[in-house]
Design a protein around this ligand. Structure first.
Ligand SMILES: O=C(O)CCC(=O)C(=O)O
Ligand SMILES: [Fe+2]
Length: 193
């Protein structure tokens, strides 16, 4: 669901998780802002708070419930994909089942293989998503991932997708970037309905 304000969100969520879900949403915004400041700052961008908020002004929150499945090998939990937002914050429970594909062109072990991201109590997963890949002119890579179900336990995950707050055709590169190099993607249209 797209988050626009607290009242609307509360109508959608189970009453038992109102407080904690709102807190998760709001503290995540602060964290994403700091992460983005560091990630874009690392590329030489000097961005003030309002500019950074522009990159993450819209939020989508999902509450995913994966049922147990007698034949997980025949089931799709979530097909492989990358998220189309800027940064995704993901809270997963202790069941496991989230896999990330190690890109082929990195200097790491298990190139091209799917690797499980084991649940760690109290930890959040941060995914770089498509918009950040585009905004960084391909320096940051959007993480390809998928989810498998299990035959023994159901699973819950709560991703928050953050993205920019414009709904029109836009030239996505900040001016500082355009001057420096040839763009991988020149311009594009982005819309969440
Ligand atoms: O359930 C998960 O761990 C990930 C879900 C996901 O990739 C998504 O909702 O985009
Ligand atoms: Fe995803």
């Amino acid at each position: 669901m797209a988050y626009t304000n607290d009242d609307e969100a509360l109508q959608q969520w189970p009453v038992e998780c109102w407080d904690v879900a709102l807190q998760y949403l709001k503290t995540s915004h602060e964290m994403v802002r700091k992460l983005l400041e560091a990630l874009l700052g690392n590329l030489g961008a000097e961005l003030d708070d309002s500019k950074i908020d522009g990159f993450i002004g819209k939020k989508m929150v999902n509450m995913n419930f994966y049922l147990t499945c007698p034949n997980p090998e025949l089931t799709i939990g979530v097909r492989h994909h990358s998220d189309m937002d800027t940064l995704t914050i993901l809270l997963q429970d202790g069941i496991g089942g989230l896999y990330i594909k190690v890109p082929k062109d990195v200097n790491m072990e298990k190139k091209g293989e799917w690797v499980e991201i084991p649940p760690i109590s109290g930890a959040l997963i941060i995914n770089i998503s498509d918009m950040l890949q585009i905004w960084s002119n391909g320096r940051y890579k959007s993480a390809e991932h998928l989810v498998h179900t299990t035959s023994t336990k159901s699973r819950v995950s709560i991703p928050i997708f953050t993205t920019h707050n414009q709904h029109k055709r836009l030239h996505h590169y900040p001016k500082w970037w355009r001057k420096m190099e040839q763009l991988v993607i020149k311009n594009f249209c982005f819309q969440i309905t």
